[in-house]
Design a protein around this ligand. Structure first.
Ligand SMILES: Cc1cc2nc3c(=O)[nH]c(=O)nc-3n(C[C@H](O)[C@H](O)[C@H](O)COP(=O)(O)OP(=O)(O)OC[C@H]3O[C@@H](n4cnc5c(N)ncnc54)[C@H](O)[C@@H]3O)c2cc1C
Length: 390
């Protein structure tokens, strides 16, 4: 029988094939080299310097639009994409957000609902990280209920004219292209908006205490005139943005466990070396109970992510199952990070350790891509058949 591995107590690695492990190691090594040495400083300053260079490196690694096929995308499996999300978020949720928004929201929308011309124009450059994309759904007054959005697009001759405001948009002010959802006479439609279009601006949102190493912006659309073929032709209605969100939420199911793993590892290391009352704090039963509970939830969460990944690869993953995973894994990840914070005592609040950074990042992850309550309502509806959203 193989020996017990504290880093993989359930033997989940046995479920991965050599290609999966190679993807995981490549992304882990990249993050160790390019993100971890700097991220505390970026976080403290509230900036993501060199984001364009990072995007190009992520593109060269095949991490952008990773599970999409063709158009310069890597065509990786859903499990491999998930492993990449986990490794990126083990470094920082901001880097994983950059990749999720690029690949699972902006590129996915164009790949799934775009015209051939839109795909050829944008996807290869986005896969290479030469163009950064953003995804504008949320508005200042409409978050959980996007059906009430006010941003609208009106036809004017052959053109479309867009007006409105989007809020909390990841990558907004560094994006070269924005996928913007707007009301039209036919229902909600998606528009591919080059960010140099006259009337478009993306002021950056500052004073954030979470996801500080991530660009978050408003999008202002003031009579933005677009050609008739700027609309995503293959979808009308909220089904469009919601299916993109399902894809991105799937990545979060994995990613949250990366943040949790980082905090768990920091807590174990600290517990083994920090002495109080003449012995390592890891030798006290109360600390061991915390570590055992953290390990149980961490590896259950990774197992759940892997299960959902297999279902996605088999084309059998339902949105309700993604809600199940997002609800559980982000909630448990926050709990793991907060418990790790207690084990590190006062050092737990210092940026010298990753714990508080991950814990505060996860507050955003808990809210974006559907709040806890939205996923509870999705599951509640699936379990009872009764819609309790309104
Ligand atoms: C850092 C960051 C990055 C983001 N990036 C993006 C992005 O790239 N693109 C994008 O479009 N959006 C993005 N968002 C926005 C995010 O998706 C929204 O914040 C989220 O959907 C919640 O909307 P809201 O903040 O308006 O909260 P609200 O919808 O106002 O909700 C406030 C509270 O009320 C609860 N609530 C609402 N309705 C109900 C109900 N029916 N029953 C019970 N409780 C309810 C919610 O669960 C929540 O607890 C980002 C957010 C953050 C913080």
């Amino acid at each position: 029988m193989s020996s017990f591995d504290p880093a993989d107590p359930l033997g989940i690695d046995d479920l991965l094939d050599p290609e999966d492990l190679a993807v995981r190691d490549t992304v882990r090594n990249w993050a160790a080299d390019r993100v971890l040495p700097h991220v505390a400083e970026w976080y403290e300053k509230g900036e993501l310097p060199g984001v364009r260079e990072l995007a190009r490196e992520l593109g060269a690694m095949g991490a952008l639009g990773m599970s999409l096929k063709g158009y310069g995308c890597a065509g990786a499996s859903a499990v491999q994409y998930g492993l990449a999300c986990l490794e990126l978020e083990a470094a920082d949720s901001g880097i994983r957000s950059l990749v999720s928004v690029q690949g699972s929201l902006a590129m996915y929308a164009i790949h799934r609902f775009g015209s051939e011309e839109q795909k050829q124009t944008w996807l290869p450059r986005m896969a290479a990280g030469e163009v950064i994309g953003c995804f504008g759904l949320t508005e200042p007054d409409h978050g959980s209920d996007p059906a009430s959005m006010r941003t609208h697009a009106k036809r004017d001759g052959a053109d479309w004219v867009l007006n409105g405001r989007k809020m909390w948009i990841t990558n907004g002010s560094v994006a070269g292209v924005a996928v913007v959802w707007a009301q039209t006479e036919e229902g909600v439609r998606g528009f591919v908006v080059p960010t140099d279009s006259p009337g478009f601006s993306a002021p950056e949102i500052t004073h954030k205490w979470s996801l500080r190493a991530s660009v978050t912006s408003e999008l202002v659309l003031d009579d933005v005139r677009l050609p008739g073929d700027a609309v995503l032709p293959e979808v009308t209605g909220l089904r469009g943005p919601l299916s993109c969100l399902t894809h991105a939420r799937y990545g979060i199911v994995w990613g949250a466990m990366g943040a949790a793993r980082s905090c768990f590892e920091a807590a174990v290391e600290y517990a083994k070396s920090r002495e109080q009352f003449g012995r390592p704090i890891g030798g006290f039963q109360l600390t061991q109970a915390k570590l055992a509970d953290m390990a149980v939830e961490l590896h259950k969460g990774i197992l759940l992510a892997h299960h959902l990944g297999r279902r996605m690869d088999a084309g059998r993953l339902r949105p309700e199952q993604v809600s199940f995973g997002k609800l559980n894994n982000v909630r448990e990840a926050i709990d793991i990070c907060r418990t790790a914070r207690t084990i590190l005592g006062a050092n737990g609040i210092s940026l010298e350790y990753p714990v508080m950074r991950h814990a505060t990042n996860l507050e955003s992850v808990l809210t974006y891509e559907g709040t806890v309550e939205m996923h509870q309502l999705v599951l509640g509806k699936a379990l009872t058949g009764i819609d309790a959203f309104r």
